[in-house]
Design a protein around this ligand. Structure first.
Ligand code: XMP
Length: 323
């Protein structure tokens, strides 16, 4: 009988058996999969698990706090948060090329994660022999179905882990689909905001700023994104759309008029899409009044933004993200 309760009981027993009196670590990305995997393992082995969250400064408004406070409150997990915002901003300084940005973010992520990992390993506890991964069934199928230690796709949530892993993997979600993972997360008592979270790319807002990534631009984009999310949620549309990237065209300016003055500001792009699996997507036909509210609020409340535009491109030919 498939019930979330059975899945949890089975996995908890298996993980206890596998880990014994050793320790495990788990990288949290803020996404559903790593959160549910970590919560399951925490249920099984308690403080033999240490979670690591790298704050790269590229998260949306409130997301880091959700991990730091709500996730910890719900699971009691031992969490190490590494504040690496300055390091990431320094590494991204002067870079506008999308692939370059992705490489830099991936590289810095691995370095910071490895350093945190080394510190955990160096403390006095039992040997750290296990690494928890939020691999889902579709990921297993996609990567050829192997088990064991190798073959972690660099694209996925934790942003690309080193290949020379000396860890054994714990992958408690290997047999589950996304909707089942959400149910398990709910049963484990995780906050709704985490369990129902829509996909968000590992490189975060770094690939939603067309142009150089700076702290000021990130703050601006965070404000615009928070407004869009708030209004979509208020309109009850979260389940209807797959995700809605909000993009800042930092290298583009257009003329506007606000109050009694001319403005010369940046456009914000709304990219709401519907999709089954992100391989293909269609632009979501959002109600005009919702779009109007988002547009009015963003141009009124976010400094330096004087225009909101809607992306009406399907995938293909457009990708979901702009970079
Ligand atoms: P694209 O832009 O390729 O995006 O149509 C497809 C889906 O993947 C997400 N995405 C990422 N997820 N790391 C991730 O974990 C990444 O580097 C990354 N890039 C894109 C995107 O948000 C969409 O859901």
């Amino acid at each position: 009988d498939w019930t979330t309760g059975n899945v949890i009981d089975e996995q908890v027993a298996a993980i206890r058996e596998q880990v014994g009196d050793k320790r495990a670590i788990c990288g949290l990305s803020g996404g559903v999969d790593s959160a549910v995997a970590a919560a399951l393992v925490a249920r099984a082995i308690g403080d033999q698990l240490t979670c690591v969250y790298v704050d790269h400064g590229l998260m949306r408004k409130g997301e880091t706090e959700q991990v730091e406070k709500d996730f910890v409150a719900a699971t009691g997990v031992k969490l190490v948060v590494v504040d690496a915002e300055e390091r990431f901003l320094a590494a991204l300084k002067g870079v506008s090329d999308p692939e370059e940005k992705r490489k830099i973010i991936g590289r810095e992520f691995i370095r910071v994660f490895e350093q945190a990992q080394a510190e955990i390993i160096a403390d006095q506890g039992p040997a750290v022999e296990f690494l928890v991964q939020g691999t889902l069934y579709p990921d297993v199928v996609e990567s050829g179905g192997g088990t064991g230690t190798a073959n972690i796709k660099s694209h996925h949530n934790v942003g690309g882990l080193p290949e020379d892993l000396e860890f054994q993997l714990i992958e408690p979600l290997r047999k589950l689909f996304k909707d089942e993972v959400r149910m398990v997360g709910q049963e484990l008592g995780l906050p709704e905001e985490i369990v129902q979270r829509q996909p968000f790319p590992g490189p975060g807002l770094g690939i939603r700023i067309v142009g150089e990534v700076t702290k000021e631009r990130l703050d601006l984009l965070r404000d615009a994104d928070a407004i869009a999310r708030e209004e979509l949620t208020a309109a009850g549309l979260d389940r209807d759309i797959w995700q809605c990237p909000v993009v800042l065209l930092a290298d583009v300016r257009s003329v506007g008029v606000q109050g009694d003055g001319r403005t010369y500001g940046h456009p914000i792009v709304l990219r709401p899409v519907s999709s089954e699996d992100a391989m293909t997507a269609d632009w979501s036909r959002l109600p005009y009044d919702v779009l109007a509210r988002i547009s009015t609020r963003i141009t009124n409340e976010v400094r330096d933004v004087n225009r909101v535009v809607l992306d009406v491109t399907s995938k293909p030919p457009g990708t979901i993200e702009w970079e």
